[in-house]
Design a protein around this ligand. Structure first.
Ligand SMILES: Cc1cc2nc3c(=O)[nH]c(=O)nc-3n(C[C@H](O)[C@H](O)[C@H](O)COP(=O)(O)OP(=O)(O)OC[C@H]3O[C@@H](n4cnc5c(N)ncnc54)[C@H](O)[C@@H]3O)c2cc1C
Length: 686
C-alpha cells in the first residue's frame, strides 16, 4: 500500500468515532446474515469506515469488484454456514460428519450421564469419564482399530468431538485406543491379531489398556529408560524388572484405578546383551476381580492441578513374568533358537520406529489445543458482546467487545484458530497418505512443530480468555478453566514442547534451504509479499543455525556442547518454520482455492490472516533487524491492526458461530446472553 493511500485510509478511520457509533454499529451487526452497508453519510450513528475499499487485493479471484459500493468487510452478508462449509466441512466426509452428529445426539438423549458435574471425588470423576467413553463406544462403535491405518480421520473425529464434551473421556480414549491399542496395531505382528480384536469390543471397567513409557528419571529421554525385559530361553518368557525406584513408571494414565493391561517400554536383554528399547504387552490387574497381579505394585500419582478424571499412577515391576509372545515384535523378534533378529539393524532407527505411533497423539494434541482455544474464545467473546461496562454517560454503557484494547487482546487468537485450522487439517491429510524416508521425517517434524505452536498459543489464549471474561471466567461452570487445563497439559504430554522443537530443528537444519533474493516489501496488505519475508526469515535462521553449530562443534570438538549452545537458534528456527508453513498452507487452501462465488469469505479469511501475520511481525524483532520491513512500515502496523479489528468486530458473532459447537450441549454456560437469567437460579449447577 502506498504511503498516500495509507494516509487516506487513516483519515477515513479518524472520522468522528464516538462510542454511540460503535455501539450502534455493533448491535446492527450482531446477526451478520442481516448485515448490510451502513455507510450512510446522513446518519452519523450508522457510519463506519469502509477501509477495505482502498486496499489493493493481491488475490484476483476474491478481489471485490471496484464498482461494488459495499466494498468493505462488514457490508457482506456472510452466514456462519458458508464459513463452516469452507473452513471445516470441506475437510470432512459425510461419514465423519455423521459420526460427530451421532455422538452429539447420544449425549443429548442421555443428559443424566453427560451433564457437567462438579465437586465429585477423585474416583467418582474417574469412573464417570470412563463410563461416558464406554457408553459412546459400545453404543455407536464409531471405529475399529484398523481405521487407525485406513481412515484415521474417523479416529480424529471421535477424539475431537469427545474433547469438547468431556476431556477426561477423550484422554481415556486416546490412552486406550491411540496409545495402547495403536502400539499393538503398529508394533505387533500376526500373533497379536486376536488380542487386537478385543480393543474396541471389550472396552469396559475390566478391560482397559494403559501406556507405560515415562519413568521417574527418564521421560523426555526415553532411550535412556532403565526398565528391563530379560529373556529366558529355557522358559520362553521375559522378566519385566524395575531395577530401582528412579525407574518406576510414572504418569501412566489408567494405572491408579482402572487399567488391566499395559504397553510397557523396556530395554530388551537377550543373552546378556541390551538390544535397546522395545514394547511389551503386560497384564496388570485381574480382569475378573480387578486385583493387582503378583509382582506389580501400583500407587496413585496424587491430586493434579487439572485433569483429575485421569487416574495417572506409578507402577513398579518386580520380576513380572510374561510369555515370549507378549513382545510386540514388528521391529525385532526372538527366534525359535533364542537369538535376537531385527529388520532394522540401526538401534537408533529401531527406537524411532517404536515411538512413531505417537504421531497420531501429537496431531490430536495440536487439534484439541485449537478446539480448546476456540471454545474459550466463543464463550468469552459471546460474553463480551453482551457485557456492558462504562460508556459516554452512565446510562449508555457499551459492550466490552467495542473497546479497542479488548479487540487487540482477542482477535489475534481468533485469527490464529482460523489460520492454524488449515495447517492442522493439511497435516491430517499428509498423515493419511503413506510416506517414507525424508517425507515421513518431515511429517514428524511438522507434527512436532504444530503441536508445540498450537498448545503454547492455546494456553496463552485461554488464559487471556479467563481474564477477558472477568470474574465469571474463574467459575468452573463457564468452562474456560477447563479449556486452559487442556492446553496446559498439552504443553507437556505427547512430548514436552521445547524438546519437540529441538528434535524438529535437527531435521529442519538438513533441508539445505537457500535464502531467497529479497524483494522490497511495497505493500503491507499483500499477503504474498509478507509470506516472502517469512520465507526469508526461515531460511536465514536455518543457515545461521547450521553455520554456528558447525563452527562450535569444530571449536569445542564436542557435538553435544555445540547443540546446547545453539538451542536459542533451534527454537527460533522451528517457530519461523511453523509460522511460514501455516501462512503458505492458508494461502493455498483458504485463499487461492476459493472460487469467485466465495469472494466474501475470502476477504474475511484474508483479513484474519493479515491480522495474525502483523501480530507475528510485531512479536519478532528479526524483521526490523534484517530490514525486511522498514521502520516506517513497522510504525504503521498498529494502525493497520486497529483498522482490521474495527472491520472484524461486526463479524465476531458469525466468526464464533462458525466454530460449529452445539449450543445446547457444549457452549451452554451462564455467561453472555444467559448471564443474568442463569445466575439468578438458586443453584447454578448441581
Ligand atoms: C497429564 C499428563 C499425562 C501423561 N500421561 C502419560 C502416559 O499415559 N504415559 C506416559 O508414559 N507418560 C505420560 N505423561 C508423561 C509425559 O510424557 C512426560 O511428562 C513428558 O515427556 C515430559 O517429561 P518430564 O515430565 O520428565 O520432563 P523433563 O524431561 O524433566 O523436562 C523438564 C523441563 O526441562 C526441559 N528440558 C529437558 N531436557 C532439556 C534439554 N535437553 N534442553 C533444554 N531443556 C530441556 C523441558 O523443556 C522441560 O521444560 C503424562 C504427562 C502429563 C502431564
Amino acid at each position: 500500500m502506498s504511503q498516500e493511500s495509507f494516509q487516506q485510509q487513516q483519515q477515513q478511520l479518524s472520522q468522528p468515532s464516538d462510542d454511540q457509533r460503535r455501539l450502534a454499529q455493533l448491535i446492527s451487526h450482531l446477526f451478520p446474515s442481516n448485515a448490510t452497508c451502513h455507510s450512510d453519510p446522513n446518519n452519523s450513528l450508522s457510519l463506519h469506515s469502509c477501509s477495505g475499499s482502498s486496499n489493493p487485493y493481491p488475490y484476483g479471484s476474491i478481489q471485490p469488484s471496484t464498482n461494488d459500493p459495499k466494498n468493505c468487510l462488514s457490508c457482506y452478508a456472510i452466514s456462519s454456514n458458508q464459513m463452516i462449509q469452507h473452513t471445516l466441512e470441506r475437510y470432512e466426509s459425510e461419514t465423519h460428519r455423521n459420526i460427530r452428529n451421532r455422538i452429539y445426539e447420544l449425549v443429548r438423549k442421555n443428559p443424566k450421564l453427560f451433564e457437567r458435574r462438579f465437586g465429585l471425588t477423585k474416583d467418582e470423576e474417574r469412573y464417570l469419564s470412563h463410563d461416558r467413553l464406554e457408553f459412546i463406544i459400545q453404543q455407536l462403535k464409531p471405529f475399529e482399530m484398523e481405521h487407525f491405518k485406513t481412515d484415521p480421520k474417523r479416529i480424529f473425529t471421535v477424539l475431537e468431538t469427545l474433547s469438547m464434551i468431556d476431556f477426561g473421556s477423550c484422554g481415556r480414549c486416546m490412552i486406550h485406543f491411540g496409545l495402547f491399542g495403536a502400539s499393538i496395531l503398529f508394533f505387533g505382528t500376526e500373533k497379536h491379531q486376536p488380542f487386537l480384536q478385543r480393543i474396541v469390543k471389550d472396552l469396559s471397567r475390566d478391560f482397559f489398556g494403559m501406556f507405560c513409557m515415562s519413568e521417574l528419571n527418564h521421560a523426555s529421554n526415553v532411550q535412556a529408560i532403565e526398565t528391563r525385559a530379560i529373556y529366558d530361553h529355557s522358559t520362553k518368557t521375559f522378566q519385566i524388572v524395575t531395577p530401582s525406584d528412579s525407574a518406576v513408571k510414572v504418569w501412566s494414565g489408567g494405572a491408579a484405578l482402572l487399567a488391566t493391561w499395559a504397553i510397557v517400554f523396556a530395554q530388551l536383554i537377550v543373552n546378556n546383551e541390551n538390544k535397546g528399547v522395545h514394547t511389551f504387552l503386560v497384564p496388570i490387574r485381574s480382569e475378573k476381580d480387578h486385583s493387582v497381579l503378583p509382582g506389580i505394585r501400583i500407587r496413585d500419582l496424587g491430586s493434579k492441578i487439572g485433569l483429575n478424571s485421569l487416574d495417572n499412577g506409578r507402577v513398579w515391576f518386580d520380576h513380572v513374568t510374561i510369555p515370549k509372545d507378549y513382545l510386540l515384535d514388528r521391529f525385532g523378534t526372538i527366534t525359535d533358537e533364542g537369538t535376537y533378529k531385527t529388520s532394522i539393524p540401526d538401534a537408533g532407527l529401531r527406537f524411532l520406529s517404536h515411538v512413531s505411533a505417537l504421531l497420531i497423539g501429537r496431531i490430536m494434541t495440536a487439534s484439541s489445543s485449537i478446539l480448546a482455544l476456540k471454545l474459550a474464545l466463543e464463550i468469552t467473546l459471546k460474553h463480551a458482546i453482551h457485557r456492558k461496562q462504562f460508556g459516554p454517560t452512565l446510562d449508555k454503557e457499551v459492550p466490552i467487545l467495542s473497546y479497542l484494547s479488548y479487540q487487540r487482546r482477542f482477535y489475534p487468537y481468533l485469527a490464529f484458530t482460523y489460520v492454524m485450522q488449515f495447517a492442522v487439517e493439511d497435516l491430517k491429510m499428509r498423515y493419511e497418505k503413506p510416506s517414507k524416508g525424508a517425507e515421513n521425517k518431515m511429517m514428524h517434524t511438522l507434527a512436532d512443530c504444530l503441536k508445540a505452536k498450537c498448545s503454547e498459543t492455546a494456553f496463552n489464549g485461554c488464559q487471556e480468555c479467563r481474564k477477558g471474561a472477568g470474574a465469571q471466567g474463574f467459575l468452573s461452570v463457564n468452562r474456560i478453566g477447563e479449556m486452559r487445563t487442556i492446553a496446559d497439559a498439552s504443553l507437556t504430554y505427547e512430548g514436552d514442547n521445547t524438546i519437540l522443537y529441538q528434535t524438529a530443528a535437527r531435521n529442519l537444519m538438513k533441508r539445505g534451504s537457500t535464502i531467497p533474493k529479497l524483494k522490497k516489501l511495497t505493500n503491507l496488505w499483500d499477503l504474498q509479499q509478507l509470506q516472502q519475508i517469512f520465507e526469508f526469515r526461515d531460511a536465514t535462521i536455518e543457515q545461521a543455525y547450521v553455520k554456528k553449530t558447525a563452527l562450535l562443534a569444530k571449536k569445542t570438538n564436542n557435538a553435544f556442547e555445540a547443540s546446547v549452545r545453539t538451542q536459542d537458534l533451534a527454537l527460533k528456527l522451528c517457530n519461523s518454520y511453523v509460522e511460514n508453513h501455516a501462512i503458505k498452507v492458508f494461502m493455498k487452501e483458504a485463499l487461492e482455492s476459493l472460487s469467485q462465488e466465495n469472494k466474501n469469505l475470502g476477504q474475511v479469511l484474508e483479513r484474519l490472516a493479515l491480522l495474525l501475520v502483523f501480530t507475528w511481525i510485531q512479536q519478532d524483532g528479526f524483521f526490523l533487524q534484517h530490514g525486511l520491513i522498514s521502520s516506517e512500515q513497522y510504525g504503521q502496523l498498529d494502525d493497520m491492526i486497529n483498522s482490521i479489528c474495527e472491520e472484524l468486530t461486526p463479524l465476531v458473532p458469525m466468526l464464533i458461530k462458525s466454530f460449529n459447537f452445539p449450543e445446547d450441549i457444549v457452549t451452554n454456560v451462564p455467561m453472555g446472553p444467559k448471564l443474568v437469567e442463569m445466575m439468578a437460579y438458586d443453584k447454578i449447577y448441581d
